[in-house]
Ligand binder design. Structure first.
Ligand SMILES: Cc1cc2nc3c(=O)[nH]c(=O)nc-3n(C[C@H](O)[C@H](O)[C@H](O)COP(=O)(O)O)c2cc1C
Length: 325
């Protein structure tokens, strides 16, 4: 059975990739993930503010997995000392020495500036690729969607000029014109589009008058939003399509592949069940394919995408109407 795929110009034995987050923090865990068959690993993000030395907003910090691989259901957004830029480079070098699978670094930022030059240092430290997480809060009423998109495209072009390694962009969901922006990223040279950023949860403690932030682990219910994103783009962009968010089972991977994904990343499922879960998911994929007489994921890829539909916009609109009736 052929589960092989390509992403970032690399041929991978199967689409199961460890997504950005705490799983890449510890060398023993990284080795266990490789042993369990991870095809690729994305390290947690290094933030623009960490590079420029600005005060980081606790908003973005998520506590490392203190009860990892137990049935943890969420992460407290407590203060964690993130890796500084030099430590990040050193950690990347150590991970590269420890494992043979491709290791992808991740940079998170949104303004033009010196932090972008870090991409080159990550490449020099051995990164096999870079995931750019261009999150912009966009809460300033004078900043338009076009301004935010232009900034992201400029950043991508600047990074692409600076490095030879492949560069992915992790996108946010729910843009006004998602397909158009994805196409612009594709044209600007994104080697992969990662669908989608998953937001932390901000609630209000009405007794303490405080904002309570957490990042609950996902479940498969988060997948359909990503399936729709991949189904819209499949076959219409050069970039590889990556789904992150709600991949927990072999069936989730099958659905993602049918929508058009080349690669599926997992974080929550691996934090909840441990590295061995990769083996389980792989077995589930193979069992389903065997039962349904598929011999290759490549044959299946995109068979449920909008590319197969003559008028995607009318189809989507009709679905929308029918669902609300
Ligand atoms: C504890 C934790 C830390 C994360 N850290 C990062 C990060 O540093 N950079 C990033 O781009 N995404 C980060 N993510 C998001 C994941 O990469 C992933 O996109 C998201 O969790 C959805 O995938 P999942 O449903 O498999 O968890 C983090 C997620 C979790 C749960």
């Amino acid at each position: 059975m052929d589960l092989s795929t390509t992403c970032f110009g690399k041929r991978l034995p199967h689409p199961l990739v460890v997504g950005a987050g705490p799983l890449g923090d510890d060398l023993d865990t990284v080795k266990a993930l490789e042993d369990a068959g991870a095809a690729m690993l994305v390290l947690r993000s290094l933030y623009e503010e960490e590079i420029t030395g600005e005060q980081m907003d606790a908003f973005f910090h998520v506590e490392a997995h203190s009860d990892a691989f137990s049935e943890a259901s969420s992460f407290e957004a407590e203060s964690e000392m993130p890796l500084g830029p030099d430590e990040y480079l050193e950690h990347l070098r150590r991970v590269k020495r420890a494992v043979g699978i491709p290791v992808i670094a991740s940079l998170n930022g949104c303004t033009a500036g010196g932090w972008i030059s870090y991409a080159k240092l990550l490449e020099d430290a051995g990164a096999d690729g870079l995931e750019l997480h261009l999150y912009h809060a966009a809460s300033d009423m004078t900043t338009s969607a076009a301004d935010v998109e232009r900034q992201a495209l400029d950043t991508l072009r600047e990074v692409k000029r600076a490095v030879k390694m492949p560069v992915a962009v992790k996108m946010v969901p729910l843009l006004t014109a998602f397909a158009n922006f994805a196409k612009q990223l594709d044209t600007a040279g994104a080697d992969a589009l990662v669908l989608f950023t998953r937001f932390h949860r901000a609630d209000i403690d009405i007794e303490e008058l405080e904002i309570v932030r957490s990042l609950p682990l996902s479940d498969s219910s988060e997948l359909p939003l990503r399936l729709r994103g991949a189904a819209i783009l499949a076959g219409r962009v050069k970039a590889s399509l990556v789904i992150t968010g709600g991949i927990h089972t072999g069936i989730d991977v099958i659905k993602a592949t049918m929508a058009g994904a080349h690669v599926t990343q997992m974080v929550s499922a691996l934090l909840r069940h441990g590295p061995d879960h990769l083996r389980t998911v792989r077995r589930e994929i193979e069992a389903w394919m065997q039962e349904h007489e598929w011999t290759s994921l490549n044959e299946m890829r995109g068979n449920m995408s909008l590319e197969r539909i003559p008028d995607p916009a009318a189809y989507e609109r009709a679905n929308f109407r029918m669902a609300l009736r």
